[in-house]
Write a protein that binds this ligand. Structure first.
Ligand code: NAD
Length: 374
């Protein structure tokens, strides 16, 4: 198969969908790999590294889309790319269709096969192509929080781990899923006094088994959260209720109960945030302060560490991409049911029910395409 990787053109997107190591795997398996010139630059991978791995460098985005039978990307295609996508081409990337009607319509019109990273879902309901980005954001949340706790950056001037003879900072993590767990490991490693609040008892049982001594778990409810506020230094919002907006666990009036210089990192900002005063921010302008409490609410945290994020993402996507190239998308989706749930649009039909419902479009069950292999 001919696999082509365009350079990401969405603002501030520095990740790339394939590393030179991934390109080598494709070539080793008899496929051809085409990389748009400088596609890997933002993540630290040179054209020469791809060429060394056996890939061919193409000069333009047009040539890249023209050449590939499978297009591998990171972000959803944006308007200038719509017309470059053609019938029967397989597009493997994040799409987030439900939040973008023009993109959905454009992909229907293209008659391409759209396999979305974010809906690849295993039987245990885990989302293997979203997990790596949650891992990055969780770890980064502590790095950012520790930084903003410094006085010159607006924090109350406390060192996360303290030093002998002083108490460490108190960190409260709301939500003990992927983001919360990774944040807890980092904060605990730096010596902070960490509490994870969740509503799932089985999850908290698991966490108290595996976490170090300086991490405690506590039931998440308003009473417990309020009790924490006067003494907490850093709060990390990491709650997720699948398919719903995040609940506001910290309301505006609660900010007055915190010490000025307390830092809130709301990682759940992409689902509306679990802090009522959360507003999406950018890496260029990441923070703002309300009632003396510093808020960090960057919606694409992994974008700041493209090298790590690219490796983490491609570690998860490559095995699926190799299978798609080896057998074609229909076979691969039959062999790997999680890939099947990634199919969103096929040859003009919406095959993902939630997307069809969101835009009142006709829904065609994906089995129609998998039972009639062409
Ligand atoms: N800002 C970013 O760059 C970025 C990057 C990755 C992920 N995220 C977001 O981070 C959030 C967390 O993602 P995740 O992968 O850790 O999700 P997850 O499903 O692994 O974990 C969510 C946890 O929240 C818990 N929870 C639900 N309701 C709760 C409540 N009322 N109080 C406390 N806990 C509660 C659940 O039991 C679960 O353990 C999501 O909104 C995700 O989209 C943001």
């Amino acid at each position: 198969m001919r696999i082509a990787v365009p350079r990401e053109i969405k603002n501030n997107e520095n990740r790339v969908a394939l590393t030179p190591a991934g390109a080598k795997e494709f070539v080793k398996n008899g496929h051809e790999v085409f990389i748009q010139r400088s596609a890997g630059e933002g993540s630290g991978f040179s054209d020469a590294a791809y060429q060394y791995a056996g890939a061919e460098i193409l000069p333009t985005i047009e040539a890249t889309y023209e050449t590939g039978e499978m297009i591998m990307k990171v972000k959803e295609p944006i308007a200038p790319e719509y017309d470059l996508i053609r019938e029967d081409q397989l597009i493997f990337t994040y799409f987030h269709f439900a939040s973008h009607e023009p993109l959905t319509k454009a992909m229907i019109n293209s008659k391409a096969v759209c396999l979305a990273y974010e809906t690849v879902e295993k039987q245990d309901r885990s989302l293997p192509l979203l997990v790596p980005m949650s891992e990055v954001a969780g770890r980064m949340a502590v790095q950012k929080g520790a930084n903003y706790l410094e006085k010159p950056l607006g924090g109350r001037g406390i060192l996360l781990g303290g030093v002998p003879g002083t108490l460490p900072a108190k960190v409260l993590i709301l939500g003990g899923g992927i983001v919360g767990t990774q944040a807890a490991w980092m904060a605990a490693g730096l010596g902070a006094d960490v509490t994870i609040m969740d509503v799932s008892l089985p999850r908290m049982r698991y966490l108290s088994d595996v976490m170090p001594k300086n991490v405690k778990t506590m039931m998440s409810n308003e009473y417990n959260i309020r009790n924490f506020l006067p003494s907490v230094d850093l709060i990390i919002g990491a709650v997720l209720i699948p398919g719903a907006k995040a609940p506001h666990l910290i309301t505006k009036d609660m900010l007055r109960e915190m010490v000025p210089g307390t830092v809130l990192v709301d990682v759940a900002v992409d689902q509306g945030g679990c802090i009522e005063t959360c507003q999406p921010t950018t890496h260029e302008n990441p923070t703002y302060t309300i009632e003396g409490v510093l808020h960090y609410c960057v919606a694409n945290m992994p974008g700041a560490v493209p090298y790590t994020s690219t490796l983490a993402l491609t570690n998860a996507t490559l095995p699926y991409a190799l299978e798609l190239a080896r057998t074609g998308w229909q076979e691969a989706c039959i062999r790997f049911p999680e890939l099947k749930s990634g199919l969103n649009i096929i040859r003009g039909d919406v095959v993902y029910e939630a997307v069809a419902n969101t835009f009142d479009l006709p829904y065609v069950p994906v089995s129609y395409y998998l039972n009639h292999i062409s």
